[in-house]
Structures are given as C-alpha cells and as structure tokens.
Write a protein that binds this ligand. Structure first.
Ligand SMILES: [Zn+2]
Ligand SMILES: [Zn+2]
Length: 337
C-alpha cells in the first residue's frame, strides 16, 4: 500500500509498505481523510518534543472499517474516526480516568506510525463511529477535541470572558467551545488575516493584534476587568508568559501549546491574582463525544476552518507550502479515494 514517511525533518518520501495485518482486538481502517495538524508541521520542521524519525505522520484520521475482530459490535463498512491516543489503562493517570495524560501514552503518528497511508490497524477501543458527518469533517474531530478539553479543564461558563491566544485550528476550537459554554471570547494573534477570519466566522467580542499594546486593548475590551480565563494555543514563550500579567484577578490560565523551554513569571503577579495555572494535554473520549454532538447540532463549525484540501498523491509537493503562513493555511485536509 501507499504511505508517506517523514524520513527526517524537512524530508517526506512516498514509500510502498505492507498492508497491516490486524492483531488481536484490532480493527483495520481504510483511511479516507487526514487532517494536517501543528504536530505534523512541527515534526516536519524538527521542533516537536517527544519525536523520533523515520515516522509515518498523521493522527487526525477518518475512514471506513475494513475488518473487525471477532465478537465486535463494529461492522465492516462503517464510517469511523480514530482516537489517536493509546493509553495503558493501568498507570496512576489512567486509574483516575485521565487517559489523555497516561504516563505510558502512545500517540498514533507521534510515538508509533500514523495514518498517512491507505490502511491502519488500531485497537477497537480507538475507533468511534460518527454517521452523518463527512470524512473531511471527521478528520477535524481530534483537533477540535483538544480545544474542547482545554475549555472543560477551565470549567468555563457564561460568566467568563475568555482570551484565546493564537488563532490556529486549536485556538479556533478553544474559541468555539468557550462560546458553546456561553462565554464572551476575545482572540489575539499576530496575523491580521487570522483575526479577520475570527471576526467574520465567529461572533467574537473582540480581537487584539499581538503586536499592539495588548494589555491596554484588553483593559478597554473588558472595562478594566481583564479576561477571567486565558487559553494559550500559540507555541510562543512570550505569549505564554504574557498571560500571567493580562489575567483578571481570580482567573485561570490554560497552557495548551507545548514549548521546548522554561516558562517564568513574577510570583507577586501570580499570587495577587490567586492565579490558577492549568496544563491541558490531548483529550479524552468524553471530549471527542462532545465535539461530535456539537458538530451534529451545528453549534461548532468544523468545515469553516478547512482552508486547503489535497489529494494524497499531491501531499508531498504541497506539504512544505502549508508550513508557510503566507499561504493562509488554517487547516489542510488530505483525502484518499
Ligand atoms: Zn492534531
Ligand atoms: Zn496509563
């Protein structure tokens, strides 16, 4: 079968590999759509923590069931999406139901080969049916689930004014799920195009260009209260550190993006606000289900973030252009026949 392998940073290669034989308890999925994620782009760029090469990338996956293990409730031909986080079920985090931060976690397309290929064999528990959604839309579920998880971590409600730092796909997910909770949302990014996109597509309470005097703008937009929740989805140390100074008293910070760096803050600034600082990693099945129900009832728009689509055979040529912000990519989806 066809596959695309990331041999080393900056190098993708088309390779013919054996079609996988499902092991015990595994489902064989014929891949139909692959969402391209920041993780793939960082892996290609060589700045993804926890990464080894060569690797078949791709963890935002939808497809059709090709074979099922004996006794399974799933059926051949069903449309499914894949939850790419494989947890051990035994570690301290799993025992508390926090499978998203399992200490032995294996992420498909990160720690083991992913879905940039025609067929993928995955544990039955990693496959979820989602009838009624298109494959390209189902490939966005993982990315949206990360935003949904961050919003759930912060227990956002209609009393909150949320500042989302970074208007990429994850930031836009955090924006939309904050709005589902009834919160007012302000978005900040360095790209005027992305801010315009947020104003046009979503009913945001304001946008702030990160190059401006952000603190002064936030003061104006919140009548001096400042945002009660700040969700960082930038991958920028500077943006992450700014959260400690632009937060409302009694507020919460959620770090979704990961940087290979130390984050520092001034303790009196942290203490005077009684800041709650939360890390947010991946998502649980509960978040995935929330995303699907919000997509089905239309409260979250999946498709609107897809700016680029490509056929599998054209991906190697197009992928480097998706790394370039000037091409205006918010989300690219690769489709297979
Ligand atoms: Zn992803
Ligand atoms: Zn575990």
């Amino acid at each position: 079968m066809k596959s695309i392998v990331c041999l080393e940073p900056g190098k993708l290669e088309s390779q013919s590999i054996d079609k996988p034989t499902p092991g015990a308890g595994e489902v064989l999925v014929k891949i139909k759509a692959i969402g391209i994620c920041g993780t793939d782009i960082h892996a290609y760029g060589g700045n993804q923590p926890y990464f080894q090469y060569p690797r078949v990338l791709g963890h935002e996956l939808s497809g059709v069931i090709e074979s099922v293990p004996e006794g399974s409730d799933l059926k051949v031909g069903q449309a499914v999406y894949v939850i790419p986080y494989l947890s051990c079920g035994e570690c301290v985090a799993c025992r508390k139901g926090k499978t998203n931060c399992c200490s032995n976690i294996e992420v498909i397309g990160v720690h083991r080969d992913g879905g940039m290929c025609e067929y993928l064999s995955v544990p039955e528990s990693a496959v979820v049916t989602a009838e009624g959604l298109e494959f390209s839309e189902m490939a966005l579920i993982e990315c949206l689930a990360i935003g949904a998880h961050a919003v759930r971590r912060a227990e956002i409600s209609s009393d909150d004014t949320v500042l989302v730092l970074g208007a990429g796909p994850i930031g836009i997910g955090a924006l939309q799920f904050s709005q589902v909770q009834g919160a007012k949302v302000i978005v900040s990014d360095l790209s005027e195009d992305k801010l315009k996109f947020c104003r046009d597509e979503f009913n945001v309470a304001g946008t702030v260009n990160g190059k401006s005097d952000v603190r002064a703008e936030l003061e104006k937009l919140t009548d001096g209260d400042f945002p009660s929740v700040i969700i960082d989805c930038t991958g920028s140390v500077k943006a992450m550190q700014s959260a400690f100074y632009n937060l409302a008293h009694g507020g919460k910070i959620v770090f979704v993006s990961v940087v290979k760096a130390d984050i520092t803050f001034n303790d009196p600034e942290f203490h005077k606000r009684e800041t709650t600082l939360l890390g947010s990693r991946n998502a649980t099945k509960e978040d995935f289900e929330h995303v699907v129900s919000c997509m089905k009832d239309g409260s979250v728009k999946g498709h609107s973030i897809v700016t680029h689509k490509a056929k599998f055979d054209d991906m190697i040529e197009l992928f480097p252009t998706w790394v370039n912000p000037e091409t205006g990519v918010i989300k690219a989806v690769v489709e297979l026949d």
